[in-house]
Design a protein around this ligand. Structure first.
Ligand code: NGQ
Ligand code: ZN
Length: 473
């Protein structure tokens, strides 16, 4: 059975179109996307502009329960006469690890289910889970070594969001093969153990239309030999599935990498691994212009997480230099909510544009010749990069892609605006969740009038899981 929707306005890959007939099949794949159509009288009509659903390309789901709880000056930075904070990414990480150490499989599933519902209500229709808490609190493998990742898959199924699972290889505490810290004991695996987890996930993932990739955590946590072994073995298993890595997020990490190898992290990665369009370089905050051009030329996606990067004091990504790219076209990028200090596609895009404005003292920095409306350009660029990083057919409103789309609220505070103005208001004028009215994932409606069928129950369970966790840290 085919389903359909008639949209007075829809954002297609080429830009806004009107009177668009959207048809999808039972598998949730778009079979017909035609502008200037005349609809049959009984067809459902959208009451607001339709935009493609946004892939969230970087998530550590469990951190949602910790978001907002480390926003105070710690003892180290609050001594007499110290006006400068000693709190940093690294002190945040110590606190976050305490949370990670206490997490149970049930709690993870409850936290993730609620988070994924929040994502859907904010216009994300799929998520890449960069997951590294694999072992039990004592550091032993669960009876099923993929237990924790299976909980994320279950959460995605319950919420009705698409997912790319990225089991993470984590081995050491720093460059030069430093052994893992005691509080990293739940994360560590050999390459073979990690591949076992990834392979275990493939059949159940496929059964729910999900995908599996792998993620060497960072050059800090994975040495050159293991990195290459993982990439080679994974490519033999699946030559197209995504590979994600954290890179060059903190200045400290850049300095440590230079001390270790004589090269900056991105430079080292490009020189020693076969980075191509399958790769997602998460953050890549601190790159020289040469590095940015070189990344753009590989076709890899840069995974920007503006709210987390701001929250953790990472620095400002130079999106202008990167977007210019090289002769091969602009650098690909997408957005992720990472630590979930914010769960909003609109907010990530706004923050990205605002960091560029603050740095350059200009307005409307990230627009393009084809899309002079900043929000149109941001939405389509982040969709393209997010799709590539997800390794799934999420490329927007065109035939052959998954039917993931969002209807903005045409009746509330966005009423009376052109579709382009409505999206711009959604991204820049903070109508919040109220702007996202209906959401479809693979052709199934997951959010109706802003509401998700499981939101009440999921919120209760999230709150209970967080309370349990807080009583253990
Ligand atoms: C993470 N978060 O994997 O959750 C990291 C912290 C680490 C960010 N990089 C852990 N934002 O870097 O070892
Ligand atoms: Zn991350």
């Amino acid at each position: 059975m085919k389903s359909s929707l008639f949209a007075p306005y829809a954002l297609l890959p080429s830009g806004w179109a009107s009177n668009v007939l959207i048809v999808w099949d039972e598998a949730g794949t778009l079979t017909y996307v035609t502008p200037d159509a005349t609809p049959a009288s009984d067809i459902r009509r959208a009451t607001g502009a339709i935009v493609p659903g946004m892939p969230n390309l970087h998530s550590h789901a469990f951190q949602r329960a910790f978001a907002g709880l480390s926003e105070y000056r710690s003892a180290a930075g609050s001594g007499p006469g110290s006006s400068e904070s000693a709190d940093s990414f690294w002190t945040w990480r110590d606190l976050m690890y305490r949370f990670a150490l206490a997490l149970t499989p049930d709690q993870l599933e409850d936290i993730a289910t609620h988070l994924y519902i929040e994502m859907l209500q904010a216009g994300y229709t799929s998520v890449c889970e960069f997951h590294y808490v694999h072992r039990d609190p004592a550091g032993q493998a669960y009876a099923d070594p993929a237990e924790m990742s299976m909980r994320l898959l279950a959460a995605a199924r319950r919420a009705g969001i698409g997912i790319t699972l990225l089991p993470v290889l984590y081995q050491g505490a720093g460059f030069d093969q430093q052994p893992p810290r005691a509080d990293q004991r739940r994360f560590t695996n050999s390459v073979d153990q990690l591949l076992t987890i990834a392979e275990r996930l493939r059949a159940p993932a496929l059964a729910q239309g999900a995908s599996v990739g792998v993620a060497p955590h960072s050059l800090r946590a994975v040495g050159p030999a293991a990195l290459l072994e993982l990439v080679t073995a994974w490519t033999a298993i699946d030559a197209t599935a995504p590979i994600h890595i954290h890179i060059a997020e903190q200045v400290q990490e850049v300095h440590d990498c230079i001390a270790w190898s004589g090269q900056r992290p991105v430079q080292w990665l490009l020189d020693h691994t076969p980075v191509d369009a399958r790769w997602c370089l998460v953050h890549a905050t601190h790159m020289t212009a040469d590095e940015a051009n070189a990344v753009a030329a590989t076709g890899a996606t840069v995974g920007l997480c503006p709210s987390t990067e701001a929250n953790l004091g990472d620095g400002v990504f130079d999106a202008v230099v990167y977007a210019q790219g090289t002769g091969k076209g602009p650098g690909a990028w997408g957005i992720g909510s990472d630590s979930h200090a914010s769960v909003s596609a609109a907010e990530e895009l706004r923050l990205l544009e605002y960091t560029q404005r603050l740095a350059r003292q200009r307005r409307n920095v990230l627009a393009s010749a084809t899309h002079r409306q900043v929000a149109d350009h941001l939405w389509l660029a982040a969709l393209q990069g997010g799709t590539r990083a997800s390794g799934r057919s999420l490329g927007g409103l065109q035939v052959g892609e998954q039917a993931d789309f969002v209807m903005l609220d045409g009746a509330g505070s966005l009423a009376g605006l052109s579709p382009s103005q409505a999206l711009a208001s959604h991204v820049f004028a903070s109508h919040g969740r109220n702007a996202v009215r209906d959401v479809w994932v693979a052709g199934r409606q997951a959010v109706q009038g802003g509401e998700h069928a499981l939101q009440g129950n999921a919120c209760e369970r999230f709150v209970a899981a967080r309370a349990q966790l807080l009583s253990h840290v």
